[in-house]
Ligand binder design. Structure first.
Ligand code: 76R
Length: 249
């Protein structure tokens, strides 16, 4: 059998996309709307305190275009935690004014293609742990998409020898690193968890950098030959004030 690359896993991730039922929201009376907002804000406060305690991280972004209206991205220790958050949201009065649009379940993944041969336990390395349990950066913009590596008879990522995959990942990483300080990426693995093999979550204060980075990578073999992509979701940060503003009639 071909050699599988060793991976390290961190927090589980749920990307929970919703649309807002504006007809229902507008038909509700002031009291209902105030109650729904109170419920939502209580939940946001609860998620903020988890982020502050460092036991998980949550961020909410509005989504541009018709695929969804907003996304709640949760990173937590266990799948049960994610499930509980989802159920808690569904029980709020605010949820009555939303519909499910899309969701993605995955786990933060670091592969060892470029890791050196050290005996050190990577989980003792604070840089590694910070990447596996990432505090979401609060950037102005987010871009999320799921992807696969091609698996057909002429081009099959999984049948390439380790050395060839390592070389492609090296080249891929060089492009990625040239965006340091402009784009932060979180790669989550989802083989066995969701419909694609990875989720890619990108953060930036300049949305144009998403286009530039993804475009440049398209010319690099790892993406040009082996990248297959699902739907792209892009949006901007929704903090407390922005949520109130968005929902104000
Ligand atoms: O150490 C290194 O130099 C390489 C580290 C690295 C790995 C192992 C890395 C760096 N990536 C890795 C793995 Mn990546 N990445 C994507 C996408 O849109 C596309 O064409 C592809 C989507 C982006 C935008 C991106 C960005 N990466 C992976 C894998 C798993 C491969 C496997 O295991 O088989 C996927 C699917 C993937 C996809 N990558 C970086 C970036 C950026 C910005 C970096 C540099 C980050 C940094 O150095 O901190």
């Amino acid at each position: 059998m071909n050699e599988a690359v060793a991976t390290l896993e961190g927090w589980y991730a749920l990307h929970d996309f919703r649309t807002i039922d504006w007809t229902a929201w507008k038909a509700a009376d002031d009291e209902e709307r105030a109650g729904a907002l109170e419920d939502l804000n209580a939940l946001l406060d609860e998620w903020n305190s988890v982020s502050e305690a460092g036991t998980g991280s949550t961020a909410t972004y509005s989504i541009v275009g018709q695929k969804a209206d907003f996304v709640m991205m949760h990173f937590r220790e266990t799948l049960e935690d994610l499930n509980a958050i989802e159920v808690e949201f569904n029980k709020t009065t605010f949820a009555r004014f939303t519909h499910k649009a899309y969701s993605y379940v995955s786990v933060v993944e670091l592969s060892s293609y470029m890791a050196g041969n050290s005996d050190e336990d990577p989980m003792q390395n604070p840089h590694v742990v910070a990447r596996l349990k990432p505090a979401l950066p609060g950037s102005r913009y987010v871009c999320f998409y799921p992807m696969n590596k091609t698996r057909n008879l002429s081009d099959n990522w999984y049948m390439l020898p380790m050395e060839e995959r390592r070389e492609m990942i090296r080249s891929h990483g060089l492009i990625g690193r040239s965006y340091a300080g402009k784009v932060k990426q979180i790669i989550t693995g989802s083989v066995g968890l969701d419909d694609w093999e990875w989720g890619v979550t990108l953060f930036s204060d300049d949305a144009l950098q998403f286009k530039k980075l993804v475009y440049e990578m398209r010319f690099d073999e790892a993406s040009a030959r082996f990248g297959e992509f699902g739907a792209f979701y892009v949006g901007s940060l929704l903090n407390g004030e922005k949520i109130d503003e968005m929902l104000k009639l």
